[in-house]
Structure formats: C-alpha cells, structure tokens
Design a protein around this ligand. Structure first.
Ligand SMILES: NC(=O)c1ccc[n+]([C@@H]2O[C@H](COP(=O)([O-])OP(=O)(O)OC[C@H]3O[C@@H](n4cnc5c(N)ncnc54)[C@H](OP(=O)(O)O)[C@@H]3O)[C@@H](O)[C@H]2O)c1
Length: 262
C-alpha cells in the first residue's frame, strides 16, 4: 500500500460505474484521496459514504455533466477556491455509439465528441498548469484498443479514442520535464454499461474475452504506478493490438467490421 497522501487528491471522471468506479476503488484502497465526477449525484454520495467509512481517505464529489463547459469550469473554480491539490488526473468518462456513420443520430455522435474529446481536453487545459505549479503528478487518459485502428460500425467512437491516444503520447514528452507522467489506458472489451449505452452487439467471439472492470482497473493502477506509456490490460488485448501491426490495414478493418457487426 502507498503512503497516506494528506492533502493531495486523485481526480477521476466517470466514477459512478464500470472502469471509473473500479479505478476509484483501487485508488481508495491505496489511500488516495479522491475527487470524483459523474452525472449521478445520488450514486456519488453513496460511493463517498462507502469509501470514507471503509478507507482512510477523503472524497469530494461533483455531480456534473461533462459535456457542459460550464460544469467543468465550476469544478475547477471550486477546487481552486478550496485549495484542493490535484495530484493525479484520470480522464475516464466516455461512451460509444454503434451503427453506420450516416445512420447514427447526429446529436449522439456530437455529444460523444464533446465528452470523449472536448471535456478531456478542457480538463487537461485547466489542470495541467496546476500539476506543474504543484511540482508534478500523473495523468491517465482512458482510450481503448479501438484507438489503434479505424472502426467500421463505430467510426466516430474509434476516432475519438485515436485522438486520446495521440494527444497523450505528445503530452507525455512535453510534460516529462515537469515531473508529470502521462499514461494511456487502452482496455479491450470490458463488461460494463458501455455496451448497452452504445447499443453494441458484439460477435460471440468478442463477448468471450471480455474482461471485468475490476481486472482492468487493477492492471491500470499497476501500469500507472510504474509510469507506463500505454497500458493494455489482458494478454489477448495485447496480442490483438501488437499483432495488428503485422497485418495489412485493409484486412484488420475487415475483421473489425465483422466483429463489430456481431
Ligand atoms: N467497456 C468497454 O468495453 C470499454 C473498452 C475500452 C475503453 N472503454 C472506455 O472506458 C471508459 C469508461 O467506460 P465504461 O466501460 O466504464 O462505461 P460505463 O460503465 O458506461 O461508465 C461510464 C461512466 O462515465 C460517466 N459519464 C457518462 N457520461 C457522462 C457525462 N456526460 N458527464 C459525466 N460523466 C459521464 C458515467 O456516470 P453517470 O452516468 O453517472 O454520468 C459512468 O460513471 C470510457 O472512456 C470508454 O470509452 C470502455
């Protein structure tokens, strides 16, 4: 277990369920104070109560829709006003959409870009200067194994994750002189609400190797603590990502289309 961190907080978005909740849990178990963000304030209150009564940590919660710029600014202002020191930023909140590009509801895809790309960028723009001022810290941006290729039937989602992977790789080099580690978490299919929100009908083969959110979070925490650049939880996911470099792009995209179509 890490040493008790007195005044520093780990900031996690999308902490009421799935991978974000499990990440919050593993950070709580390792004595990190937490700033948790999601829309469902009732769930956040339950998590705060549970974590503070079980672990020796403090938990601050923000019930905010991150697709609204105003909400992000309010969080930032509250953190500044209360002199809360953010040590780690984990940009996890995100969702996907499923279907042919021209058939998926326009507003759904635009909202996804707002959350997966714009809110993540906005949070980093506001908080990176704080990390620098505080002498360093860590950032973990949640992308996906989807970040490495194009994704027919989930085209916008895959593209948003490519953005996260690309941005994180650049920030890693820019921020290393400031003692800030940047990791990108790239989970493969994981058993959470993600699939139903995206209305994804994965092929049976994909369902067969879904990981639990808990195992993804444990692997993420270990990788983050080691300062790894890219964290791909699960052996099969690693084989799929690195193996895909050996195959022609056209073939990879055909396979992804088949898997995504179910
Ligand atoms: N599951 C997978 O197969 C998989 C694979 C690779 C990568 N990922 C990535 O992992 C991350 C977490 O996904 P997950 O599978 O854990 O999904 P999830 O179970 O649906 O959880 C998403 C979390 O984000 C929050 N959230 C959603 N919209 C939000 C908004 N507008 N503002 C603030 N919070 C919002 C949700 O809480 P509220 O509803 O309370 O707001 C929830 O806490 C995402 O970035 C996803 O792209 C998932």
């Amino acid at each position: 277990m890490d040493k008790y961190k007195i005044d520093k907080y780990t900031f996690i978005t999308g902490a009421t369920g799935g991978i974000g909740y499990e990440l919050a849990l593993v950070f709580a178990k390792n004595n990190h104070n937490l700033c948790l963000v999601a829309r469902d304030i009732k769930k956040l209150r339950e998590i705060k109560l549970h974590f503070e009564s079980t672990y020796k940590i403090k938990v601050i919660i923000y019930g905010v829709d991150l697709t609204l710029e105003k909400g992000i600014i309010e969080i930032y202002q509250d953190i500044k006003y209360n002199n809360i020191i953010i040590e780690n930023i984990i940009n996890n909140a995100g969702f996907g959409s499923f279907g042919r590009f021209h058939e998926v509801d326009k507003d759904k895809d635009l909202t996804m870009i707002e959350l997966n790309i714009k809110s993540l960028t906005h949070i980093l723009k506001l908080f990176i200067p704080e990390l620098i001022e505080n002498g360093g810290g860590g950032i973990m941006n949640v992308a996906s194994t989807a970040a490495f290729q194009s994704g027919p039937m989930m085209s916008v989602y895959y593209a948003t994750k490519a953005y996260v992977l690309s941005l994180s790789g650049a920030l890693r080099l820019e921020l290393s002189p400031y003692n800030i580690n940047v990791s990108t978490l790239c989970p493969g299919p994981t058993d959470t609400n993600f699939q139903s929100r995206a209305k994804v009908e994965k092929a049976k083969s994909a369902k067969g190797f879904m990981m639990t959110a808990e195992s993804v979070a444990i692997s993420a925490y270990k990788g983050f603590k080691k300062g790894k650049e890219i964290i791909i939880p699960g052996f099969q996911n690693k084989v799929l990502v690195y193996g895909s470099y050996l195959l022609p792009r056209k073939l990879i995209h055909k396979v992804i289309l088949k898997v995504n179509k179910g």
